[in-house]
Write a protein that binds this ligand. Structure first.
Ligand code: AHR
Length: 544
């Protein structure tokens, strides 16, 4: 038997097209093909939560003001102050959920500042800058956000201020949002502000990054805080889902200590958590080149092959992280009722790659789209673990789907990936196994490796969705796709790639990187497809 790992190594070293090894348990690799993807349709993994295709909007730079909110008086096309093209685009990708108002901002935000007549709302110092130029006007508050969610068909996910407001404010915010019409004073206030019916907000994050900007707590200290917040809160008939502030990347210590302390007094306390949030940014640091944190980060648009692969590697680390945190969670929550919420993810580069220069705004290239395809595949492959994920952040920021400048608006390559993947939402995930020559690249003078192909699959009714990432910068992969347990009637292919790895959409050329239809002949339980270099592909297979 040829082990998958040895095959990969051998294929990488020998010249893949000469190989047609027998892979134990799987179909034989066809002559001429250098790669294979087995779709094990009988091995279902669980239902893909639509919420893993979620978004994140924070009061930071030009995310809210200029991005989401342009104001009712603006000449920019808007629906009651909300940028219309953004609303329409989010409907197009079936946006399932939006997290707001932060991020770090959330732990300095008083929700009461953002309700009532806009011209009477207080102007405050925002979390991200005390420069009076960037004063927080509070023009965009709870009711505007709820309208944004309603118009885009998304569920709201509110992050509660744990660092600087008492738990009572959490209860009152719930009351404002969810208490029935004609019940509490806050319901009356909501009605006066234009919303008679309750919003029925289900998702509530108790603090954000409580290990850092959210209070700099230890895991044990945060567990005590969480307990206090979660001991009582009004439900108003809503199936409330509390999200605990979880670890940064691979900090398993946080997860372990948090749960240990949480259950110390009463194991029943576990029942108060619906999700544990995990944040993972792919920093792509060039350590050694600089000691300054911003300068040490990689550049969004100027990068070489090594930086391309290093970003992929940083992004792919999310998969073992999910598995590691999950294992620890299982020690306490044996039935795995609590899910992981990766409610911030994406690449984070040094500032300065866009002309507008808004805080944390970065240019989005093909590289970010490929990394996003890879990341969404990871979530699809762990449907029993991933309850939600929110890319950071929606517009004019880190891994943004949109960039704006005044009335100019564009969809980035990352947007196209979300559009190509949207039909995975609610699908039944099936296991896919890739066998492809490993990518070899140079990392700090030594050879480093990255998987040749990465994929995920799901079935809905009579349709199989297969999304495949080929991160190689130069090698297309001639791939045999074997379907086990189902058979194909026909298929269509859509590919996102571009001539140069740095390619991106600009206001002058907004469709430079856009998906294209490609042909695929698929019948029976085996077919061929060539995945181009540096691409994300969607194969939509109609099943017999
Ligand atoms: O997304 C930007 C910031 O990154 C968020 O405010 C914070 O939660 C994280 O550190």
């Amino acid at each position: 038997m040829i082990e998958r790992r040895s095959f990969l190594k051998m294929a990488a070293g020998v010249g893949a097209s000469l190989l047609a090894p027998r892979l134990s348990g799987f179909a034989q690799l066809a002559p001429g093909a250098d790669s294979q993807i087995d779709v094990l349709a009988n091995e279902t993994l669980g239902t893909i939560a639509p919420e893993i295709y979620g978004h994140f909007v924070e009061h930071l730079g030009a995310v809210v003001y200029n991005g989401v909110w342009v104001g009712e008086q603006s000449k920019i096309r808007n629906v009651g102050g909300l940028r219309q093209e953004l609303v329409e685009s989010l409907r197009q990708i079936h946006s399932p959920v939006i997290r707001w108002p932060g991020g770090c901002f959330a732990d300095s935000y008083d929700w009461k500042d953002g309700i009532g007549p806009r011209d009477r709302r207080p102007r405050r110092t925002g979390f991200w800058s005390d420069d009076p130029k960037f004063v927080e006007t509070n023009e965009f508050g709870t009711d505007e956000f709820m309208r944004f969610c309603k118009l885009t068909g998304s569920q709201p996910y509110l992050a509660v201020n744990l660092r600087s407001l008492p738990a009572e404010d959490f209860y009152r915010w719930i009351e404002y949002c969810n208490s029935p019409a004609n019940s509490t004073s806050l319901a009356a206030q909501r009605e006066a502000n234009g919303a008679r019916d309750p919003y029925g907000v289900r998702y509530w994050g108790v603090g954000n990054e409580s290990w850092g900007c959210g209070g700099n707590f230890t895991a044990e200290e945060y567990a005590v805080e969480f307990r206090r917040y979660a001991t009582w809160f009004p439900r108003f008939g809503v199936d409330m889902a509390l999200v605990a502030s979880g670890p940064s990347s691979d900090d398993v210590n946080w997860t372990q200590k948090f749960f240990e302390k949480l259950v110390e007094k009463d194991p029943g306390q576990l029942g108060s958590i619906h999700g544990l949030s995990l944040h993972h940014y792919a920093w792509n640091l060039s350590y050694g080149k600089s000691t300054d944190w911003d300068a040490a980060k990689g550049d969004a648009v100027k990068f070489d092959a090594q930086e391309w692969y290093e970003l992929m590697r940083e992004g792919a680390r999310l998969e073992p992280m999910i598995q590691d945190h999950w294992k620890i969670m299982g020690q306490f929550d044996r039935k795995h009722r609590i899910k992981l919420f990766v409610d911030e993810w994406g690449p984070w580069y040094k500032p300065g790659s866009t002309a507008t220069g808004h805080l944390l705004e970065q240019m989005i290239t093909l590289r970010d789209a490929v990394m996003s395809g890879l990341t969404l595949n990871i979530f699809n492959r762990h449907p029993e673990k991933a309850g939600m994920a929110n890319t950071a952040q929606l517009v004019n920021c880190l891994n943004s789907l949109f960039l704006t400048d005044g009335d100019k608006f564009l969809r980035t390559p990352v947007y196209h990936v979300f559009d190509m993947y949207k039909d995975h939402m609610g699908g039944s995930a099936v296991r896919t196994v890739e066998s492809a020559p490993e990518i070899t690249y140079t990392r700090a003078g030594s050879a480093a490796h990255f998987p040749g192909l990465q994929s995920s699959g799901s079935i809905r009714g009579k349709e199989l969705m297969l999304t495949v990432v080929n991160a190689s910068l130069d090698a297309p992969r001639e791939t045999q796709i074997s379907l086990r347990g189902v058979s194909a009637k026909s298929a269509t292919a859509t590919v996102l790639t571009s001539a140069d790895m740095h390619d991106r959409n600009t206001f002058a050329d907004p469709d430079a990187v856009a998906p294209k239809a490609s042909s695929v002949a698929a019948t029976g339980n085996r077919f061929r497809y060539v995945f181009p270099a540096k691409s994300v592909t969607q194969l939509r297979v109609q099943l017999a």
